[in-house]
Design a binder for this molecule. Structure first.
Ligand code: PLP
Length: 378
């Protein structure tokens, strides 16, 4: 059996090596390392894939989130509502900009922002909402967008884990997650569903004014060289990464389908196990399985992780400490918010290897390992 990994970027590369190597060597030959033509080409290609008006590439997903909040021109102390159960980048940038993170509860089954909790958290100082399409599944955007528009609040979608995911409206109409809010953000970190061979990120918007603001902020606040109108930053997608991403984007749907197939295998294998909750699929969207995350409901999550490690089966806890319990935010919170579902999830979740290169032998070995653990504890 090929060795197991949480994500196997090497094998994926070997399947497309010729094309990737050619794209990279073209950039090398052109010597256009910064803002070379490949960057604009990739941005256009992605905009067309997503059916969004503007794609603005940047250096990484964290920068994308920061630039999105900067573009909304918020004032220190303005409140930004976000789930606590997410990767730290989502919430860190809120604090970095001296805004106030307001952590809300997620749904215990789809793991994304709970619209009821969102509505309750809104105050006159709320200026933005940052929902996260966690693990690759669409957050309940219709409800979130309705609440946001009723209160005139911007929505910044954290789409770092869900590129290629469809949001499905009640009438069956589909739109890509990341393109429904005011601004969408994504990451091309190598392990993401559309991963570069280094760092990368992008912002999406259908708003022309915001798009030019975003471009300006990502480029030292200038629209004309050496004339700096607003405080910005330096955040660029590397030309080499853009060239690689263009090759990989043509395979994104195929990659997401492979992840979905692996997830289907796991779902079936674990269906009869009473101590496991397999990831629920929502009706309002597809799932692109950035992670395959189970809930272990018998209190033995950590013992399972150790058991798997002993069998050389990798697993990860995304995420062991929720945002509202990170020391980083101590000075931003007057009291620790009461988020029992988030706390419970941090104790129950475990993610298994999921990527585009898993074969049936590997999947069976992983699934048997998990099931053997529960047999020994029955
Ligand atoms: C990966 C990720 C980010 C940050 O992306 P980077 O490119 O690593 O900066 C932000 N939010 C979520 C939910 C992520 O998974």
């Amino acid at each position: 059996m090929r060795p197991l990994q949480m994500v196997d970027t090497k094998t994926q590369y070997l399947h497309i090596k010729e094309e990737v190597d050619k794209a990279v060597s073209e950039v090398m030959d052109s010597a256009a390392y910064i803002n070379g033509p490949a960057v604009g080409q990739f941005a256009e290609q992605l905009a067309s894939y997503l059916s969004v008006k503007h794609v603005i590439p940047c250096a990484n997903g964290t920068d994308a989130l920061q630039i999105a909040l900067m573009a909304l021109d918020l004032q220190p102390g303005d409140e930004v509502i976000t789930p606590s159960f997410t990767y730290i980048a989502t919430t860190e940038v809120i604090a970095l900009l001296r805004l106030k993170p307001v952590f809300v509860e997620v749904d215990p089954f789809h793991f994304c922002m709970d619209p009821v909790a969102l509505e309750r958290a809104i105050t006159p100082r709320t200026r933005a909402i940052v929902p996260v399409h966690l693990y690759g599944q669409a957050a309940p955007l219709k409800e979130i967008l309705d609440i946001a528009s009723r209160h005139g609040i911007a929505v910044v979608e954290d789409n770092a884990q869900a590129i290629g995911c469809d949001y499905i409206f009640e009438d069956g109409q589909k739109k890509k997650t990341g393109t429904l809010g005011t601004i969408g953000c994504t990451s091309f970190y190598p392990s993401k569903n559309l991963g570069a061979f280094g760092d990368g990120g992008a912002l999406f918007t259908n708003d022309d004014v915001l798009a030019s603001r975003i471009r300006m902020i990502a480029n030292h606040g200038q629209s004309k060289r050496y004339y700096h109108d607003v405080v910005g930053c330096n955040s660029r997608l590397d030309t080499m990464q853009a060239a690689i991403l263009s090759v990989k984007l043509t395979r994104l749907d195929q990659y997401n389908a492979a992840r979905r197939q692996a997830a289907g295998f796991y779902d079936q294998a674990f269906a009869g196990c009473s101590s496991l909750l397999t990831p629920r699929r929502v009706n309002h969207g597809t799932h692109v399985f950035h992670q395959y995350t189970l809930r272990v409901t018998n209190g033995q999550r950590d013992a399972l992780a150790t058991f798997l490690t002993n069998r050389q089966i990798p697993s990860m806890i995304y995420y062991p400490v929720p945002g509202h319990r990170q020391k980083m935010f101590d000075s931003f919170l007057t009291t620790t918010p009461d988020l029992p579902i988030t706390d419970l999830l941090t104790e129950q979740v475990i993610s298994l290897p999921i990527h585009t290169e898993l074969d049936t032998e590997q999947l069976s070995f992983i699934a048997s390992g998990v099931l053997d653990f529960f047999k020994t504890r029955a």
